[in-house]
Structures are given as C-alpha cells and as structure tokens.
Design a protein. Structure first.
Length: 450
C-alpha cells in the first residue's frame, strides 16, 4: 500500500471515527434530555409509588405521552409490563422503576429493555422528593378532613354564633355592616384555631409549610431544621431584669417611610415607629429596651441599601458586646411591594397595618450556604413561628404567613432574633403605630410563657 493510499485511509478512518463519536455524543445528549423531560412529566402529572404505571398508561392517550414512551425505553418497558411488577405502596419513583427485570447498577449489566436506565435514573431520582412531598400533601388534606370532624363541637359553637348574628342582622339592617365584620373576625379566629390544633396534633412538616409559611423560590427546606415538635416546644421565655434585654434597630431606617410620612423626618419613618414600640415595651410591660435609631442604609448622606446589612451587623455586634444581657433582637422594617396592595386589618376598631415575620435560612435551592452559618437558625424559626401562632390566637388577621428566604439577615447573633416587615409603602403612619400595641402584647406573651 502506497503512502498516498495509507494517508487517505487514515483520513477516512479519522473522519469516520469522528462522525461516529459525534453521533454517539448527540444520541447520549438527546437521550439525557428526553429522560429529564420524562421525569418532569412524571412530577407534573403527580406520579408516585405504584401510581406511576397508571400515569404511563394515561400518557398513551395523548401525543406527548406517546412520544415520551416511544423515545425512552425505560418508560415503554414499564408501561407494557405492569402485570410483571410487584405492587409497592410507599416506595419512591426510582425504586419502583427498578423492579423490572435486570441487574443492579453495582453489578454492571442490565436487560436489553433497560439499557438506558443508568442515564435516566439520575433524572428520576432528582424528582423523588418532589413526588413524595405531593403524596404527603394529599395525605395531609385527608387528615385535615378527619380533624374537622373531631372539631365539630367548636364548629357548632361558631355556627350558632353566626346564626345569632344573622337573626340580629335581619332585625337591625342598619347595623349589618358592623355584624359582617364581627362574623369575619369570628370565622378567621376559628380557622386559625383549627390550623394550630391540626399542627399540634399531626406534627406534619407539609401542613406546617402549607399553612404557616411562604417559601421564596430562592431557598429550599432542610427537614432536619424544620423539626415541628422542636419548633413548637422551644422555651423562649425569659425573666425580666434591670439590664437591657431587648434591642430594636432598623437596617433600612432611612429608606422606609409610610404613605403620609413627611420626607426626611425620621420620627415619621419606620424608625419613629420603633421608638413607639420601645416605649410600649418599657412602660407597659417593664422591659429594658435599647432602640438604635441609626440609619444603616444612609452612606455619605445618600441612601444606599446595598451595604446596609453589613453596616448593621457592625452596629449590632458592638451593641451586643457592650450589653451582653440583650436576649431579644428585633430588626423592624417596612415592607415594599411595588404595587397598590394595602396590608390592613382592624383591631379594637382601629385600622392597623399587618405584620410579617421573616426568616433567612442561609440556604439556596442547591443546599446550605456555608459562609452564612447560623447556629441559632432553629431557635430563630421557633421564635418567628411562635410569634405567628400567638398572633393567630389573639389577633387573627394581624400577621401574614412567615416568609422564608435564602440569606441570613443578621439573625444569627441571638436565638431570639426577629426580622419584622411592618405594613408596606401604602400604609399610613397611624396604621403602622396601631400595630405596635398588639405586637408588644404578643411578644410579651411569647417571652413569658414556659
């Protein structure tokens, strides 16, 4: 063979090998993508445990389902061999799929029908937690129905009260608006009581998350931290002393005013409301309070929120070092919603801004943020949850669900640390101040109960 022929052979060989490798890579890429889409489809349809096969068969009745079944051997095999599979009630999706003939990954070989399972398993396993959570949520809804039967006596009392209000309204049409408000408060109070009783009875994490929290898309839930029994039963009480015990500050004191606040007047911003809260806690409940009026978001005379938490952390560390007796830290904010939503309730006949307790989990969607360690996280969560539940008992519409987000927000320095969002930019100063009396009462009860 001449050199020229050899060269041509080598060129064609390399080109052919390259084409084959490219096709193989493309096939693997396509298959991986198909498996990921399949897993997403399973989650979307709610597939779980032994229900998986029925969802496969439902898929045969629509174009997307047929396409997926034809494209992915694992799904096609499962859909066509239901009778050969053992029924497993409480197993995850990936465990269920592994029941078809073939050997484990550890032994390295599989049946022909399952040739591509190794590539697809990761996509399916990534969906396990989501699927199981959906299944648990369905069970919790059934539990809630059962619980409602147990609480019939309470419901009967509420129904009787509402019936009396209805009769009174028919006889006194001029007072109908007032009675409607009373009915709403009564109904809301009963709903809150049922939610609290259900949580205490079931200890269910899913019920807790669904009824007491809003989980921001930036974070994820660590089940070890959200131990329901621990959150409900952590003792947060403390004895009053003659030394400072409560520290109130404002990370965004310069930028958070109310709709009718005078521009530049600190006394009419969230800082002024903090002064009012400190006054109530001292004069009515006997606590020793330090109120830090520093505007941490004002830098060189201009508002700059980007470095506010870092500056506030420095101020907070200094205060805690100088006053080690401080046990409660409150960062009081005014929320910003960017729309015309007015967070308002009525308490004792007064228009009152609603509050929202806020926790940073030091955790993003992928897992814990290691550089934002918080050894007090579970205690922080206990504090905000117990505050929320006490609000539900005493003032049914005062507190929104607790908001959970990804970062730390300086809550790590004390066990009893609270970040409170008070109303929003659409509330008046008076509405914000009207919330401080109820908030102080709730705080006092949580700090007093054992």
């Amino acid at each position: 063979m001449t050199q020229k022929v050899k060269a041509r052979f080598i060129v064609f060989f390399l080109l052919g090998t390259g084409c084959l490798l490219a096709l193989f890579w493309k096939q693997n890429f396509m298959l991986r993508s198909l498996n990921e889409q399949s897993a997403a489809w399973l989650v979307e349809t709610g597939a779980a445990g032994s229900d998986t096969i029925s969802y496969f068969k439902q898929g045969e009745q629509n174009k997307k389902g047929r396409w997926l079944l034809n494209a992915v051997p694992v799904l096609a095999y499962l859909a066509g061999n239901e009778e050969k599979l053992a029924v497993r009630e409480d197993k995850s999706m990936s465990e269920f799929a592994m029941l078809y003939p073939g050997r484990s990954l550890a032994k390295g070989t599989w049946s022909g029908a399952a040739a591509h399972w190794a590539r697809g398993s990761r996509a399916l396993e990534a969906c396990d937690e989501i699927v199981l959570a959906k299944k648990e949520a369905e069970q919790e809804e059934e539990d809630a129905v059962e619980t409602s039967l147990e609480l019939d006596a309470d419901a009967a009392v509420a129904d009787a009260a509402m019936q009396e209000n209805q009769t009174y309204r028919e006889k006194n049409s001029k007072n109908s608006q007032k009675i409607n408000k009373e009915e709403m408060v009564l109904s809301s109070g009963m709903d809150n009581q049922k939610k609290i009783q259900n949580l205490q009875r079931t200890g269910s994490l899913n019920y807790l998350l669904r009824n007491f929290y809003i989980v921001d898309s930036s974070t994820s839930i660590n089940k070890k931290i959200f131990d329901v029994e621990a959150l409900l039963n952590t003792n947060l009480s403390m004895k009053k002393t003659s030394e400072p015990q409560i520290y109130i500050f404002h990370t965004h004191g310069a930028s958070e005013h109310f709709i009718d606040s005078k521009p530049g007047d600190k006394s009419e911003s969230v800082v002024g409301v903090g002064t009012y809260l400190a006054d109530i806690l001292e004069k009515k409940y006997g606590y020793q309070v330090i109120h830090d009026e520093t505007e941490y978001d004002r830098i060189n005379g201009k508002i700059d929120r980007n470095k506010a938490y870092n500056k506030a952390a420095t101020g907070l560390k200094k205060a805690l070092k100088e006053n080690p007796s401080i046990q409660v830290v409150i960062d009081l904010h005014r929320d910003g919603v960017g729309n015309k939503v007015h967070r308002l309730t009525t308490i004792n006949g007064k228009k009152t801004a609603q509050v929202m307790f806020f926790n940073g989990l030091s955790r993003n969607r992928k897992g814990d943020i290691r550089y934002l360690k918080n050894d007090n996280l579970q205690a922080n969560l206990s504090f905000s949850l117990q505050m929320k539940m006490k609000c539900m008992e005493l003032y049914p519409n005062l507190a929104k669900p607790v908001y959970l987000k990804s970062y730390r927000y300086n809550l790590h320095m004390r066990k009893r640390s609270l970040l409170i969002e008070l109303g929003n930019e659409n509330n008046t100063l008076a509405e914000a101040k009207n919330a401080m009396g109820p908030l102080a009462k709730v705080l006092n009860q949580v700090l007093s109960e054992k």
